[in-house]
Design a protein around this ligand. Structure first.
Ligand SMILES: N[C@@H](CCC[C@H](N)C(=O)O)C(=O)O
Length: 291
């Protein structure tokens, strides 16, 4: 019998990024890729990311969080999902600031700066080609040599690449709607230059304080919002001196503020987290996913 059978969940979203939160802090169980895919099935609770809380492994943290994409793969970072987790645990405990552990490290989260908003310290971005990771050496990752389309008239080319704990490639364009991201996204996500695949973003710099963007997410496809991609895009734009270090980001599902803090290079992501409904998983979902 699956640990998730009859287990409670919360369906939430972070500016339209579909999130399911499951609390396994009273259990030693983990979620298998098959179970994660079963939850995402149309008969389950379709999501972009499943955030699973496990017992804390590090003193001073409230939980160890494992993050699943809807294809069953695991991700180390999920900005929108972290705001949802923070809201849930804040409401349950009355706290307004907590630290969680993810595979990307320890993340401080706090309520504010105004009611209904949550801030996550997403840590420091990484720019080294081995950290992202890329399959071959690029000394300058502000732009890398990568293109799709005809060699002399590429459709998309020269992305910036950044790790926010997970890999991101950002293509700078004039019109983010002018490209068939559903078609190019999977090609780029699975391009051999990205040995761990990558999240693919189209971004347009409106001015020094505003970027519009949309993302094809690794392991989840087109989503209404990707928080770590917003962080990666803001940082990449600031590295190129096209924006300042605090940027307002417009995503298909809503707005985020990203600050790349000068004092320690940490990236702070601020935005809302919405609760939709709570429920219990139907055991029939896992009938074929667990031996
Ligand atoms: N939606 C997330 C990113 C989730 C992980 C990503 N698909 C990956 O595999 O790296 C966010 O809000 O950051």
């Amino acid at each position: 019998m699956s640990t998730l059978a009859n287990h409670s969940f919360a369906k939430m979203n972070g500016i339209g990024n579909e999130i399911v939160v499951v609390d396994l802090r009273d259990s030693a169980a983990t979620v298998t890729p098959d179970e994660a895919r079963a939850v995402a099935s149309p008969a389950g609770v379709p999501y972009d990311q499943l955030m699973v809380l496990h017992p804390p492994r590090v003193q001073g943290t409230s939980a160890f969080i494992r993050i699943y994409n809807n294809d069953g793969s695991e991700a180390a970072a999920c900005g929108n999902g972290m705001r949802c987790v923070a809201r849930q645990v804040f409401e349950e405990t009355g706290a307004n600031a907590l630290t969680f552990e993810t595979r990307a490290g320890l993340l401080n989260c706090w309520a504010g700066p105004s009611p209904g908003l949550y801030t996550v310290d997403m840590g420091m971005p990484k720019f080294g080609w081995q950290d992202i990771p890329l399959a071959e050496e690029f000394r300058d990752t502000r732009y890398i040599e990568l293109q799709i389309g005809p060699i002399d008239a590429p459709i998309l080319h020269s992305p910036s690449v950044v790790s926010m704990g997970n890999p991101h490639a950002i293509f700078w364009v004039d019109d983010i709607e002018a490209y068939d991201l559903e078609r190019f996204g999977p090609l780029l996500e699975n391009h051999p230059i990205f040995p761990d695949r990558a999240n693919i973003t189209l971004a347009h710099v409106v001015d020094r304080e505003h970027i519009v963007m949309r993302t094809w997410e690794r392991g989840a496809g087109l989503t209404k919002a990707c928080g770590s991609a917003a962080c990666a895009t803001a940082v990449a734009a600031a590295r190129l001196k096209r924006t300042g270090r605090t940027v307002h980001m417009t995503l298909p599902g809503g707005e985020l503020t990203i600050e790349w803090r000068a004092q320690d290079d940490h990236v702070l992501m601020t935005g809302p987290a919405a609760f939709e409904f709570a429920g219990r998983f139907d055991p029939a979902l896992f009938a074929t996913s667990v031996a």
